[in-house]
Design a protein around this ligand. Structure first.
Ligand code: DHK
Length: 146
């Protein structure tokens, strides 16, 4: 059976393409999903792709992925900077997690410089726009044993 990656996206990422284009660009989340599906097929992995605007739902998606997936890529969006619940959910599972941000959070407002997710992630990719998801897939899948 093919190994599974779950890509989880947090609040307001459903608005990509129409939201603050100078920061987040003009690519939609559907475009990112399509690119990730193609890259996963190329790498020989199955992909589940999800977005939610709700913190508790993101916690449940992480818990479920912990039971069924082999690795997670997560862009927790604003919850990156606020959510102990997401930090704890990642600590509670035993699969690798790669954190992604489209923008370079360290070049933005100081409240974005702290991440509750980075200390419990395998690694973080930020500042490369949608390409960050593809970079994360390469990093994560190379970390998952055959
Ligand atoms: C997306 C958001 O919505 C922000 O709240 C984060 C992140 C940055 C991103 O760059 O993908 O601060």
């Amino acid at each position: 059976m093919a190994k599974q990656i779950h890509i989880l996206n947090g609040p307001n990422l459903n608005l990509l393409g129409e939201r603050e284009g100078s920061i987040y660009g003009h690519v939609t989340l559907a475009d990112i999903e399509q690119n990730c599906q193609e890259e996963c097929a190329r790498l020989g992995f199955e992909l589940e792709f999800a977005q939610t605007n709700h913190e508790g739902d993101l916690v449940e998606l992480i818990q479920n992925a912990g039971k069924t997936a082999d690795g997670i890529i997560i862009n927790p969006a604003a919850y990156t900077h606020t959510s102990v619940a997401i930090h704890d959910a990642i600590r509670a599972i035993n699969i690798p997690v790669v954190e992604v941000h489209l923008s370079n959070i360290f070049a933005r407002e100081s409240f974005r410089h702290h991440s509750y997710v980075s200390p419990v992630a395998l690694g973080t990719i930020c500042g490369f726009g949608p390409a960050g998801y593809i970079l994360a897939l390469g990093a994560l899948t190379s970390h998952i044993p055959e």
